[in-house]
Design a protein around this ligand. Structure first.
Ligand SMILES: [Zn+2]
Length: 194
């Protein structure tokens, strides 16, 4: 009975289920091994907007849009854009042409850049980690633990000591065998540091 359970993300009781990773990342038919965790309606409502934002950004990344999985996401992104939903509009309105260079400094064809609210992306990652933790260990992550989310592109904003710590942890995690959800769409790699 989910109404007896506490929300995965806050102190309220749950009255709904939340999917982790967010099911909007997966085109239909959706994979059967998406995890369901208890959620209150307020957390679920806030999550759905963030999930849409996350999906838009993932789908528009230059290293994703040309993949099969990226192309499968595009119809849903386009439908949301046509409906004029807020989070997507703010992303699309920030589009601008930028010069692209290869690592060797060669000028490539122009690319499109978008403004990104990293806090919003982090929230989706943090929720997903909390949900997967509950599913795996059978206990809530909050309020005794916190989740810190790092985007590899954003590591340069950290102090050198923190960056070295994160890079060391990531190197360990990358040695693990991933659990895949929805084929190539989502991989989970986990490593306990203590
Ligand atoms: Zn909640």
């Amino acid at each position: 009975m989910t109404d007896e359970l506490q929300c995965t993300y806050c102190e309220r009781f749950s009255d709904e289920e939340d999917h982790v990773p967010p099911r909007t990342l997966f085109p239909k038919p959706r994979p059967a091994n998406l995890v369901e965790v208890p959620s209150c309606s307020e957390c679920n409502r806030l999550a759905s907007t963030d999930d849409e934002y996350f999906r838009t950004f993932v789908g528009l990344r230059s290293d994703v849009e040309d993949t099969v999985e990226g192309r499968n996401l595009m119809p849903a992104i386009e439908r949301s854009a046509k409906r004029g939903r807020g989070p997507i509009l703010s992303v699309l309105e920030s589009a601008r042409s930028v010069e692209r260079r290869s690592r060797a400094g060669i000028i490539l064809s122009p690319g499109v850049a978008f403004d990104c609210d990293l806090n919003r992306l982090d929230k989706v990652v943090e929720r997903t980690v909390a949900g997967l933790y509950l599913d795996h260990y059978g206990e809530r992550l909050y309020p005794t633990h916190i989740v810190r989310s790092f985007c590899l592109d954003g590591l340069r904003n950290l102090s050198s000591a923190t960056r070295a710590n994160v890079e060391k942890s990531v190197a360990e995690v990358l040695k693990r065998r991933p659990t895949e959800i929805g084929g190539n769409v989502f991989s989970i790699l986990a490593h306990a540091l203590w």
